[in-house]
Design a protein around this ligand. Structure first.
Ligand code: GLP
Length: 241
């Protein structure tokens, strides 16, 4: 894993956008593995700027998102589909038909999960996977556990994750307790991974990523065996290193 520490979140974001832009310039129909949350917001802003300046073309790009809350449809303002549309897709020339987010309201969630894996397979896997990291070391919604799923599955969110994400909802009891998430399989098979962590509340998870052995109880540590991971940190996230 390569680590880079930046003085500011803005610099981190600009750098992350150049990494993603590099993949797009090399492969005009690249598959972007995308994440939600506050961590990649700056990345999306910078990619939008590159597009607006005529420096990036998304017309043939495909995207596949990591996760979605169970029970929220795409019009709910806390759904991850809505997040992606508002913060990124609506501002670039990507064809929405080529943007995929798991379906959190499928009648048969298990079937939907299986179909999501088939979709990832049919796209030829992920060229560049963008990841945030949970304060407990989760990636996507692959929460700390004795065992991790390779495939897309329905995850029960931990207390800690529900608390961490409550800031986006009216109250903690409004946070969905389950999510559909990509498993660790497609993340580990992605040709390139960019993990973004900013803020002091990520410092513990980042320290574990660096210092701890590989363990399913800190899912991000699996990335230690991936051949092409770049971890981008601001000073606060790197403060325990
Ligand atoms: C969420 C998402 C993750 C995200 C993480 C960190 O629960 N499922 O994909 O990376 O938590 O979020 P944030 O970037 O807002 O801190």
């Amino acid at each position: 894993m390569k680590f880079k520490v930046f003085d500011s979140y803005e610099e981190l974001s600009a750098y992350s956008a150049e990494l993603v832009a590099g993949v797009i310039r090399e492969k005009e129909d690249a598959v972007l593995g995308l994440a939600t949350g506050s961590s990649p917001l700056g990345l999306y802003e910078e990619l939008i700027k590159l597009y607006e300046d005529g420096n990036l073309d998304f017309s043939r790009i495909r995207s596949i998102n990591l996760d979605e809350y169970v029970g929220l449809d795409g019009t709910h303002d806390q759904s991850y589909r809505y997040f992606m549309d508002i913060n990124f897709f609506n501002h670039i020339n990507i064809d929405k038909k080529n943007t995929f987010v798991p379906n959190g309201i499928a009648e048969d969630l298990e079937k939907g999960a299986k179909e999501y894996d088939e979709l990832i397979e049919s796209l030829g896997g992920v060229d560049v996977q963008v990841l945030g990291i949970g304060p407990n070391g989760h990636i996507g919604f692959n929460e700390p556990a004795e065992q991790l799923n390779l495939n897309t599955h329905i995850a029960e969110l931990t207390e800690e994750t529900i608390k961490a994400n409550a800031r986006f909802f009216a109250s903690e009891k409004d946070v969905p307790t389950r999510a559909v998430t990509m498993g660790v399989g497609p993340i580990m098979k992605a040709r390139k991974v960019i993990l973004i962590a900013s803020g002091e509340n990520k410092a513990w998870a980042v320290k574990s990523l660096v210092d701890d052995l590989i363990s399913t109880t800190i899912p991000a540590t699996l990335l230690k065996v991936h051949p092409d991971v770049t971890v981008l940190l601001d000073k606060a996230a790197a403060s325990l290193l």
